[in-house]
Each structure stands twice: as structure tokens, then as C-alpha cells.
Design a protein. Structure first.
Length: 233
């Protein structure tokens, strides 16, 4: 083992403990951190027993998430979004790709599209996490990635708002600069909360004549008292 590895060991993306070079996840987390399994709601992406969407109409056809946004997964995503997550994007994208293959094995997507940020939002964080996940998914699923969606102005953070205010917070903020005539789209984001952001993006893709829209995220939030999720960024 060289000095650099000794001083700066690779760390598990979930618990942040040192792991062997070339490993992304420690043995304990590989056993403990499990993707969502069993029956899911196709609209809110949660396990059926946690579904609280009441079947509200959506512009997308289905949504799925690799993990619940809690515990080690929440810690992993937060570290990554704050710039110290190391290899988290590759692990999360890999789980998302497995989710897509398992749930929609016969869906021949034409492209992936990611939820955009404003220039100011990207500058503040240093990257668009949804874009990075989409790029990695594109490589794993052999899909082109489109930059068609744009965000026209900065909005309040969704996790800081009560549930009923989240739809209005993103209403009309996105636009689509390309046509999707008859295309089947995989819409990518990092975390799904109420689905308002994904739904607004899907609306713009529908207006651009996308024929099929399925959404995939790294995690889906579980709501706590008052309709708020734990802070994600």
C-alpha cells in the first residue's frame, strides 16, 4: 500500500469508513443497504405499504427509485451533494440502472433527460447531480443523454416547503428546447419527494410530444410529521 493510500484511504460511500482500494462499499453496508424490493406504487415510487400519493394524476407514466432516502443512503447522498462523496455517483447510478432493468426490461428508451438547474444553482454547488447521474446511466444503459430541459429561474428548496406548496414552487419554471416527437424518455433526478419537480419536467416533455416518460431517481423520500423530509442539501 502506498503512502497516498495510507494517508487518504478510499471510503465506503454509505458509512464513510475506509475500504480496500478499488472498493466502493464496505462489507457491512453491502449487506445492510438494500434497494427497494417488492411491490411499489408506480406514481410515487415508494413501496406499496408506504404509498401516500392517493393516485394523483401525473404527466409521467411511471416512477421508480433505487433506495428509500433514509439512514446510510441519506448520508451518502448528502456527502456527495456537498462535494465529499467520492465514488457515490457511480454506486447510485449503478443501483438506478439495475432498477430500470428490473422494472422495465422491455422498454426501449430513446434517450435520458435530467432535471436541470439554473446557472446560479450549478455554480453554487459546482455541478448538477442529476446531470451526472444521467450521464452515468447513459453509459450503463447505452442511451444518449439530452440537455433539452432548462430551468428559467431559481426556486426555493423543495424540502423546506410544506407539501401543498411544492407544486406551486416549481410551476412554470422549466422549459424544453427540443422536440421529442414520439420518443420514449427516461427522466432522471437524484431524489424524489412529492414528485412535483419530476411532474413539471414531464409536462414540458409531453408538450414536446414525448410519447412515453418514465422517471428514475436514486432515492425516494419518506415523509415525516408536517409533510417535510429531512434536509437533503
Amino acid at each position: 500500500m502506498d503512502l497516498l493510500t495510507t494517508l487518504y484511504p478510499q471510503r465506503c460511500v454509505f458509512c464513510d469508513e475506509p475500504v480496500k482500494p478499488g472498493a466502493y462499499v464496505c462489507r457491512a453496508c453491502a449487506k445492510a443497504v438494500r434497494p427497494i424490493e417488492g411491490a411499489r406504487c408506480p406514481l410515487c415510487a415508494k413501496p406499496k405499504k408506504l404509498c401516500d400519493c392517493r393516485g394523483r394524476a401525473r404527466f409521467y407514466d411511471e416512477a421508480a427509485a433505487a433506495f428509500l432516502y433514509e439512514g446510510a443512503v441519506r448520508d451518502c447522498i448528502r456527502r456527495w451533494k456537498f462535494g465529499s462523496g467520492g465514488d457515490a455517483a457511480a454506486v447510485l447510478a449503478g443501483a438506478m440502472a439495475d432498477c430500470v432493468r428490473a422494472l422495465w426490461p422491455d422498454e426501449a428508451f430513446d434517450c435520458a433527460v435530467y432535471v436541470p438547474q439554473t446557472g446560479a444553482e450549478t455554480a453554487r454547488r459546482g455541478f448538477n447531480q442529476s446531470r451526472l447521474l444521467a450521464r452515468l446511466l447513459g453509459l450503463m444503459l447505452e442511451l444518449p443523454v439530452s440537455d433539452a430541459l432548462v430551468k428559467r429561474y431559481t426556486t426555493d428548496k423543495q424540502h423546506r416547503l410544506p407539501m401543498l406548496a411544492r407544486t406551486g414552487n416549481v410551476f412554470g419554471v422549466f422549459d424544453c428546447e427540443k422536440r421529442f416527437d414520439g420518443l420514449r424518455v427516461l427522466l432522471v433526478d437524484d431524489i424524489m419527494t412529492t414528485g412535483s419537480t419530476l411532474n413539471e419536467c414531464a409536462k414540458m416533455l409531453r408538450l414536446a410530444d414525448a410519447t412515453q416518460i418514465r422517471c428514475v431517481t436514486a432515492a425516494v423520500a419518506v415523509f415525516h410529521t408536517g409533510g417535510r423530509t429531512e434536509k437533503s442539501d
